[in-house]
Design a protein around this ligand. Structure first.
Ligand SMILES: Nc1ncnc2c1ncn2[C@@H]1O[C@H](COP(=O)(O)OP(=O)(O)OP(=O)(O)O)[C@@H](O)[C@H]1O
Ligand SMILES: [Mg+2]
Length: 204
């Protein structure tokens, strides 16, 4: 911890430490389609490319899932001239750690997209300290850069659920959970759906 603090000069964002949490293990922890859908949808909005079955970047703490490590998100901010393409860019979730849990992204979008308003995103961007935004090439002011974040995120939140795919591997995204892992996970996703159906029907 001391080493991390020393290596991270300047202004830092401090967040809570979750003592006693354990790394999410898809074979040991069951996730329902609603929660899986909300997480996949959120990752699609922020274009998270680092929550795969190889590296889930989730913790389990007091029985709940906690999302950590959002360093590989909003990757358009490494190349702002291309950022406008990201508003409508598809999200390939074939590799996502929660893909085998039958994520209900349509339900998640219906619930969450209306909450991600221009006002909310503008307020979030306003909370980012100036010093983290200053001197970005192509932007005269930090206000213009804040606005650029708002525009991409707003467009993604509005429509990305139509463009989330769980399809087979492609040349661009060649890997997904290997067969031995997928085989163990798939029956769990079906079991979760069956449990929900039973509950809806008023069964045990
Ligand atoms: N117990 C915890 N409580 C709160 N935040 C945590 C905890 N463990 C990790 N984090 C947060 O998640 C961030 C990333 O942790 P993570 O374990 O993913 O490390 P990493 O360096 O990305 O390694 P990996 O390549 O395995 O993902 C940490 O910098 C920290 O902010
Ligand atoms: Mg990590």
């Amino acid at each position: 911890m001391q080493e991390l603090l020393k290596a991270s000069g300047g202004l830092n964002l401090g967040m809570d430490y979750l003592p006693g949490s354990i790394g999410f293990d898809p074979l040991a922890y069951q996730v329902g389609p609603e929660e899986a859908g909300r997480i996949v949808w959120f990752d699609a909005v922020i274009n998270n490319v680092d929550r795969s079955w190889r590296n889930p970047n989730m913790l389990v703490w007091h029985g709940d899932l906690w999302l950590i490590d959002h360093g590989a998100t909003m990757i358009w901010h490494h190349n702002w001239p291309s950022a406008k393409n990201y508003g409508t860019k598809p999200y390939d979730a074939a590799d996502h750690a929660l893909a085998p849990f039958a994520p209900d992204v349509a339900a998640a979008a219906a619930e969450l997209a209306p909450l991600v308003t221009e006002e909310l995103l503008t307020a979030c961007a306003a909370d980012v300290p100036d010093v983290w935004l200053a001197d970005e090439e192509g932007f005269e002011t930090t206000g213009a850069l804040r606005r650029a974040y708002v525009e991409v995120l707003l467009e993604r939140a509005a429509g990305v659920h139509e463009r989330i795919s769980f399809g087979p591997p492609t040349a661009a995204a060649p890997s997904r959970a290997p067969g031995w892992l997928a085989d163990r996970l798939t029956p769990r996703a079906h079991a979760t759906n069956a449990t929900n159906a039973t509950n809806k029907d008023g069964g045990q």
